[in-house]
Design a protein around this ligand. Structure first.
Ligand code: ADP
Ligand code: MG
Length: 441
């Protein structure tokens, strides 16, 4: 099976989670069904984030006798999220690569959910011989693997998450920095501490409804208690999110998990950590919870949801030893700013995949709005762009012009290297949209 099917998994995801709380607490009652019989694991109905522990537990038990072959059957599954699926992937991968267990996957019979399995790369990571990876680079960030030695892998993943936020959500520069810092710290912990034979896996999703981003990072390594030399999994997790706690004070500051936890909680998001038998979770508005589970998670998994609404988040959340920490050289500086600090959007490089549609126009409009939060002016460089569709031009230029007003548009947005055809399309879009107004958006 290939992944030519439309890469629409966020919409599917939202549809599938509608009507249920988007964030569950790890200690909430079991809601889905998981059964194991003779190498056949069946996952039925809706699987809640709270069910991760059960699902990982059943898988853990199923691999104990050392079978050569297991089937993961999701045919009756009606809803599932990255919070549940991503932590399974390092377990499956290490069983396949290091214990020679082959996994077969039965996709959900629900069409939208089945597409979600393919587009998110869950299917690929469970049964790589049967499912190609999703190579579509626009939009969302499917489950991606980063290896121990691949610093570049982590940078490329960070860039994809930053682009996801810029195009899909509303963010200030400082909030974007807080996400960049947290995800960077959590991913970096894998090569530094985990000793994971399968590296790390990460997935990120943008939630337009709550203007939040959620990422999950999981590895199949030694776990937090073992790396810290602690005896008890549950209290090791509480220590790990405490300021300044590190296994190696010479090398590390011990702020990675503490800072990420603060970012998640103070933004009204959520944070969840599982490692060995320990589980720790907190929703932004609730209390910190921990528990000792009966079945261990063979590695470490971190789920971090960050609400992007508060531009003061960075200063409030990243405070170490009483001082605010402002990470230097953020993504916008590295990727968009020239030497003089001018923000330049290279349209060919950043927007080629968007020129064909209204949806693309909306994404780029959102992005320019976000860039204008960071700096008073943005330069749009059309070098090498020969054509754009009028739907894109209307959705991006027409609507942006009308919502900003002519004076602000002309002082804050500069177009350079625009080809005559493209200029004609832009002018026409602006003129027509000015007549119509933005009302039916
Ligand atoms: N993925 C992981 N696998 C194993 N241990 C981890 C992992 N992430 C964090 N830890 C443990 O938690 C401690 C705290 O992590 P962190 O707050 O990022 O601080 P630092 O990395 O500076 O030590 C680490 O020193 C390490 O012992
Ligand atoms: Mg760290």
């Amino acid at each position: 099976m290939t992944v030519d099917a439309a890469p629409r998994f966020n919409r599917d995801f939202v549809a599938l989670t509608r009507g249920r709380p988007a964030i569950a607490q790890a200690g909430e009652p079991w809601m889905g069904q998981v059964e194991h019989r003779d190498g056949h694991i069946t996952v039925g109905a809706g699987i809640h984030p709270a069910d991760t522990r059960r699902l990982c537990g059943v898988l853990h038990q199923a691999v104990q006798p050392g079978p050569t072959h297991l089937t993961l059957d999701f045919s009756a599954c009606t809803g599932i999220t990255q919070a549940v699926m991503l932590p399974l992937i390092p377990i499956v991968t290490s069983c396949r690569e290091h214990r020679g267990i082959r996994f077969d996957l039965v996709l959900p019979s629900d069409k939208a959910l089945s597409r979600l399995f393919v587009n998110t790369n869950w299917a690929h990571h469970i049964a790589p011989e049967a499912f190609e990876p999703n190579v579509h680079r626009g939009g969302h960030v499917p489950a991606l693997r980063f290896e121990d030695d691949g610093a570049n892998g982590q940078d490329a993943i960070l860039a994809r998450v930053m682009e996801l936020i810029l195009r899909k959500l509303e963010t200030s520069r400082d909030t974007l920095k807080a996400v960049e810092w947290s995800l960077g710290e959590i991913m970096e912990n894998v090569p530094i501490h985990a000793e994971s034979p399968v590296g790390g896996f990460v997935q990120a999703t943008a939630f337009g409804d709550g203007n939040a981003v959620e990422f999950v990072v999981a590895d199949g390594g030694v776990g937090i208690a073992a790396s810290m030399g602690a005896g008890d999994d549950e209290s090791a997790l509480t220590d790990a999110i405490t300021e300044g706690v590190t296994r190696d004070p010479q090398r590390n500051a011990g702020n990675g998990l503490f800072g990420s936890y603060q970012v998640a909680v103070l933004s009204g998001g959520a944070f969840e950590l599982r490692s060995g038998k320990g589980v720790l979770w907190r929703r932004g508005d609730g209390d910190l919870n921990t528990m000792q589970s009966t079945v261990p998670y063979p590695g470490t998994s971190v789920r971090c949801r960050v609400g992007l609404g508060d531009p003061g988040l960075l200063a409030r959340a990243l405070r170490f030893r009483g001082q605010s920490h402002d990470p230097p050289r953020d993504y916008l500086e590295r990727e968009y700013e020239d030497q003089a600090g001018l923000l330049i959007l290279n349209m060919k490089e950043k927007a080629s995949g968007d020129f064909g549609s209204r949806r693309g126009g909306r994404r780029i409009r959102r992005m320019v709005r976000n860039l204008l939060q960071a700096r008073p002016r943005v330069v749009l460089d059309f070098e090498g762009v020969g054509i754009i569709t009028s739907s894109f031009a209307d959705e991006f230029f027409g609507r942006l012009f009308v919502s900003m007003g002519p004076r602000a548009f002309m002082t804050r947005i500069r177009l350079i290297n625009v080809d005559a055809t493209v200029e004609g399309l832009i002018d026409r879009a602006i003129i027509q949209r000015t007549r119509l107004g933005n009302s039916e958006e």
